[in-house]
Write a protein that binds this ligand. Structure first.
Ligand code: 6PG
Length: 261
């Protein structure tokens, strides 16, 4: 069977991207509600939380466009081994951009790292894996957790989550969550969902904006060789993977764009 291709959606600006991203997240949420009455989503750091907040905090456009955060379970696709109130914390970033702006009686369930284990990234990863087991299923009964949606960014070197080009962690096949002590993007000590978990999600979405991304976007979409972490996600997830980008990020990219309907 031929492999399916990812969806590349390009927008004039971040405002129109955020509107489409909202529609996509609401669809993913509703599909999750239909499947198991909750929405299990993982988010990364970087610029994503800001764009996501813009999308999710916008007023509803009608009865088809309703977000029920109380049934959301939010996990972190990757997290830095720092305190939750540290400037480098992805939880802290999501909190200030999004969670603090959601009314108290509508708060989602959020799964931050257990900062008791900051000194030992293997233990930090193992404990985070346990929180996935608690929410999804025991490791004996499922090979991999199935997120309803994983929301990712794309680094200028083609990394995503804390999965970096050429890093041995890309070959991890057993763990759901792994430590990394030598992240080329600071800070070096982190934990990350592994590639099999990312590519096993019902849907995966990347958000990448700005002209600084165009060279790596050309490599990801126009090169036949899939070695970059973002390319590996594209290859394994195919049409379950969608990219929300602005025009400057895909300037010169030949890969066909789709209209977001
Ligand atoms: O914690 C992190 O460092 C991120 O999860 C990382 O994977 C990020 O998503 C990319 O580096 C893209 O970052 P930008 O969106 O800021 O370019």
């Amino acid at each position: 069977m031929p492999k399916t291709q990812p969806n590349l959606y390009a927008f004039r600006n971040v405002d129109s991207l955020a509107t489409a991203l909202r529609g996509y997240v609401v669809q993913s949420q509703n599909a999750g509600f239909n499947r198991h009455d909750s929405f299990k989503v993982a988010v990364s750091g970087g610029s994503l939380p800001k764009t996501l907040a813009q999308a999710l905090l916008a007023p509803s456009s009608g009865p088809e466009d309703v977000i029920d955060f109380t049934k959301w379970e939010i996990f972190f696709a990757d997290e830095r081994a720092v305190a939750l109130d540290h400037a480098d914390s992805n939880y802290g970033l999501l909190k200030s951009e999004l969670l603090d702006k959601i009314p108290a009686d509508q708060q989602p369930t959020v799964h931050p790292i257990d900062t008791t284990y900051l000194d030992d990234t293997q233990e930090l990863a193992d404990q985070y894996e346990k929180s996935l087991v608690g929410s999804f299923a025991s490791r004996d009964s499922v090979r991999l957790p199935i997120f309803d949606l994983i929301l990712l960014g794309c680094g200028p070197d083609g990394h995503t989550c804390s999965l970096f080009p050429g890093h041995p962690l890309l070959r991890e096949t057993d763990a759901w969550v792994s430590p990394i002590e030598d992240s080329p993007k600071p800070p070096p000590r982190r934990i990350t969902l592994t590639l099999p978990v990312v590519t096993h999600a019902v849907r995966v979405a990347f958000v990448a904006t700005g002209g600084g991304k165009k060279d790596i976007m050309k490599q990801i979409f126009d090169s036949l060789e899939a070695t970059l972490p973002c390319s590996l996600v594209n290859e394994a997830s195919g049409e379950r993977c969608s990219w929300f980008v602005d025009e400057p990020a895909v300037e010169g990219v030949g890969f066909p764009r789709k209209a977001f309907l």
